[in-house]
Design a protein around this ligand. Structure first.
Ligand SMILES: Cc1cc2nc3c(=O)[nH]c(=O)nc-3n(C[C@H](O)[C@H](O)[C@H](O)COP(=O)(O)OP(=O)(O)OC[C@H]3O[C@@H](n4cnc5c(N)ncnc54)[C@H](O)[C@@H]3O)c2cc1C
Ligand SMILES: *[C@@H]1O[C@H](CO)[C@@H](O)[C@H](O)[C@H]1NC(C)=O
Ligand SMILES: *[C@@H]1O[C@H](CO)[C@@H](O)[C@H](O)[C@H]1NC(C)=O
Ligand SMILES: *[C@@H]1O[C@H](CO)[C@@H](O)[C@H](O)[C@H]1NC(C)=O
Ligand SMILES: *[C@@H]1O[C@H](CO)[C@@H](O)[C@H](O)[C@H]1NC(C)=O
Ligand SMILES: *[C@@H]1O[C@H](CO)[C@@H](O)[C@H](O)[C@H]1NC(C)=O
Ligand SMILES: *[C@@H]1O[C@H](CO)[C@@H](O)[C@H](O)[C@H]1NC(C)=O
Ligand SMILES: *[C@@H]1O[C@H](CO)[C@@H](O)[C@H](O)[C@H]1NC(C)=O
Length: 657
């Protein structure tokens, strides 16, 4: 009897799950239909890191696929994030490369796409960009669906170019790029084959003999491929017959071969890419052939930075921004609601949906993250309901695609709007230039706030989990934060500084403060530092005069007091937020959450809320009635079966043996 009852309970459960899934599906579908695109572009990232003046082809959601697929050239694309520190540092390298190989553009185009731009979100997700910057090569005539080949960045511009050349050489060996100049080394033992298939206009063949690991020949070949009267070919030191025949005994060596089989060793003063190009040019000039040989490559990267004439409007805007910033700074070291909300929005509307599939560790990290947001993020009533609903919906899943998550967020947003208290933008986290500060600053701020609010909320809770917020942060940074090297550093720091040994809520606040200061120390004076917001050990003497003893060591009790004051939700500034939604914010926020989390024993279990909609309730009623009916039927059936079985039991047994 028990077994059967259980079976039907399970059946009911399955049915219930089915209904839930259908609900989610319906919501997803309606979200997809209603989907409108909020644009983070101007807000978060300004113009991105590049302009077409840099010789970089700017890709976006509209032109990405039409450009790279079925193209006559290869594409070398940087996927970046305009707020990511590493991308900022890498931008000069990328610009320098674009200038450096500008003459190769009918072989390979240097391009970039800003993944921080919300419009480009689907592209960056589709191409599985999980760290920034990420370089990908798309080959000639690539077909839709191909995701490109990742190319390592290397330590500088030359390294990136060399990695690209390795790729291009492989491409040609694999039979692609037959319209390119021939960049595979010449392997024949004599020079006859050199002239085969060459147009009559080609008067000279230049052979560059080099060691196997050298890139010179390919570079010069590509640099000069547009000069129709010559051909350049590389020969490696492995081609001994030819080396011996032409008496080459040092590398690199440059030899010119004429149509009438004249041959001449050309003296190369500097065995560099430029030096060889120069030698070729001089040789041709002597022969009375004038060519336009590029000499604008291989300069120091800084020389490539164009001096742009500032626009009057820009100057005016800058002045206004400066005044605004001063005004904000005069308010003191405050926590701004707008910063918190903008960071939250970017995180859940943009960064999390970037992940193609959220499962395993990732879904656990997402659940933990939504859990601390639902508990401690300072919000108006709608905001709290929104986060709570989101948490509930995600808690039911063990696997989600980024796209599904985005749709769940969208439909929940529409269901409960308005959620946010103002337009998006940064106040405390605004950089003096759009590429500084912003999101990473907002994220730090948000997690400091969460550690403090969890300490305040759990003051009298004996069963608090001191690492709750820190672990949620670690999971988020590890699995979702788009800045790969930040993420790596942070995970390492969590181990080295023993996050796992944090025992109290006050310790968790101090742990994050200390760790953040270590990051500040490492980044002080870095290229990513906003000159208007220097990286200092926080809080500075001006911000908190009592936070340090006379002997310059920190006074942790005073620091705690300072952090409590700055980051607690009751101290938030609603500067530039619309006041309306936040009227009585703290009251509502405490009330709703007290109901929701009053009995939360931090078991990690989801608690049911009491905001059932009529729909929920009716489903419950239907389910209850259905399962009750089924149960009654089962009992009746079972009772009947038992009488029936009693009779047939022995017969059955014998029949089977
Ligand atoms: C987890 C994480 C790891 C990162 N790792 C790297 C990295 O490895 N390399 C890299 O280039 N960038 C990294 N970043 C980005 C970098 O730390 C900054 O966020 C970014 O350069 C913007 O700096 P900012 O001047 O706006 O100030 P932020 O450092 O972002 O600080 C934001 C605000 O927090 C307050 N604050 C500062 N210090 C403290 C503190 N100790 N305690 C409490 N509050 C404080 C200040 O009010 C400050 O304005 C990381 C960001 C995060 C969130
Ligand atoms: C993408 O770039 C092209 C060319 O620069 C531009 O015309 C187009 O409007 C851009 N699309 C979006 C969505 O920004
Ligand atoms: C090379 O020449 C072709 C035609 O002669 C021209 O279309 C192309 O733009 C040139 N490429 C470069 C990089 O100058
Ligand atoms: C052909 O060879 C002669 C020497 O035999 C040389 O003087 C002449 O310049 C060569 N012609 C070309 C086009 O290289
Ligand atoms: C600095 O002074 C405080 C109190 O005066 C003391 O507790 C602390 O140990 C001192 N630190 C150092 C490094 O001397
Ligand atoms: C945590 O720090 C605050 C501020 O210094 C203090 O008031 C509070 O008593 C501390 N809590 C515990 C549990 O030590
Ligand atoms: C505050 O909002 C106003 C009006 O939207 C805007 O012009 C101003 O730039 C904002 N201030 C800051 C510091 O962003
Ligand atoms: C805010 O609180 C005040 C006093 O408690 C009350 O009069 C007012 O109606 C409240 N406003 C809202 C929007 O709830």
């Amino acid at each position: 009897m028990n077994f059967n009852v259980m079976r039907y309970y399970i059946a009911t459960l399955v049915f219930q799950t089915l209904v839930l899934h259908v609900t989610v599906l319906v919501q997803d579908a309606s979200a997809a239909v209603a989907g409108k695109n909020d644009n983070y572009d101007s807000l978060l990232t300004g113009q991105g890191l590049y302009s077409s003046n840099d010789g970089i082809y700017i890709l976006n959601a509209t032109n990405f696929k039409p450009s790279i697929y079925e193209s006559k050239t290869g594409w070398f694309v940087e996927f970046y994030n305009s707020w990511c520190g590493f991308c900022l540092r890498f931008a000069d390298t990328w610009k320098a490369l674009a200038q450096d190989i500008g003459h190769w553009k009918d072989v390979v185009v240097v391009a970039a796409i800003d993944c921080a731009n919300d419009d480009n979100n689907p592209i960056c997700r589709e191409y599985e960009i999980m760290h920034y910057p990420m370089l990908k090569y798309f080959h000639v005539d690539a077909k839709p669906g191909q995701l490109g080949i990742e190319i390592e960045k290397g330590k500088d511009m030359d390294a990136v170019r060399h990695n690209l050349i390795d790729r291009l050489e492989k491409e040609q060996q694999e039979g692609r790029g037959y319209s390119w100049p021939n960049i595979t080394p010449y392997r024949s033992g004599d020079t006859k084959n050199l002239w085969k298939d060459l147009p009559a206009g080609v008067k000279y063949n230049f052979l560059i003999f080099e060691t196997v690991d050298s890139f010179l020949a390919t570079e010069v070949t590509l640099d000069l491929h547009n000069i129709s009267s010559i051909q350049v070919r590389g020969v490696t030191s492995e081609n001994e017959p030819l080396s011996i025949m032409l008496s080459v005994n040092k590398f690199p060596t440059l030899i010119a071969l004429g149509r009438n089989s004249s041959q001449q060793l050309i003296n190369v003063r500097y065995p560099t890419r430029e030096g060889i190009r120069k030698a070729i040019k001089e040789f041709l000039v002597l022969k009375g052939i004038t060519v336009d040989i590029p000499d604008n490559t291989n300069k120091h990267p800084s020389e490539w930075m164009k001096v742009e004439i500032p626009n009057v409007l820009d100057i005016m805007k800058e002045r206004r921004d400066e005044k605004e910033q001063e005004e904000v700074r005069a308010l003191g070291d405050l926590l701004f609601q707008l910063d918190l909300e903008t960071a939250l929005r970017y995180s859940i509307d943009h960064e999390i949906p970037m992940v193609k599939v959220i499962e395993g560790d990732k879904i656990q990290a997402l659940k933990a993250y939504l859990n601390v947001l639902a508990k401690y993020f300072p919000f108006g009533r709608n905001g709290i309901l929104f986060l709570d609903r989101l948490r509930e919906l995600v808690d039911q899943r063990e696997r989600l695609t980024g796209k599904e998550f985005r749709q769940i967020v969208k439909s929940t947003e529409e269901e409960i709007s308005p959620i946010y208290s103002g337009p998006q933008g940064w106040i405390g986290c605004k950089g003096s230039v759009s590429s500084f500060r912003g999101y990473p600053c907002g994220l730090w701020t948000m997690f400091h706030m969460l550690t403090v609010n969890s300490a305040i909320r759990n003051k009298n809770n004996l069963e608090y989990k001191p690492q709750e917020v820190l672990q949620a942060m670690l999971g988020y940074i590890k699995n979702f934060f788009g800045c790969a090297d930040c993420s790596e550093h942070f995970v390492k720091m969590a181990g080295e500084n023993k996050m796992s040994e944090v025992r109290t809520l006050n310790e968790s606040i101090l742990w994050l403060w200390k760790s953040h200061n270590l990051v500040n120390k490492r980044l002080a004076g870095d290229k990513t530092e906003d000159p208007m917001h220097k990286k200092v050990q926080y809080p500075s003497k001006e911000q908190c005069s009592t936070c340090k003893y006379n002997n310059e060591s920190w006074n942790e009790a005073e620091i705690l007091r300072y952090l409590y004051r700055k980051y607690s939700s009751s101290e938030i500034s609603y500067y530039n937020s619309s006041g309306k939604l936040n009227e009585n914010n703290s009251i509502v926020h405490l009330k709703i959450r007290q109901e929701r989390f009053a009995s939360d024993k931090y078991s990690g279990q989801r608690k049911l809320g009491w905001d059932f909609t009529i729909f929920d309730i009716s489903i419950c009623v239907v389910l209850y009635v259905t399962s009750a009916t089924i149960l009654v039927l089962v009992c009746i059936k079972f009772a009947m079966k038992r009488t029936y079985r009693k009779k047939t039991y022995i017969h059955d047994l014998f029949g089977k043996v």
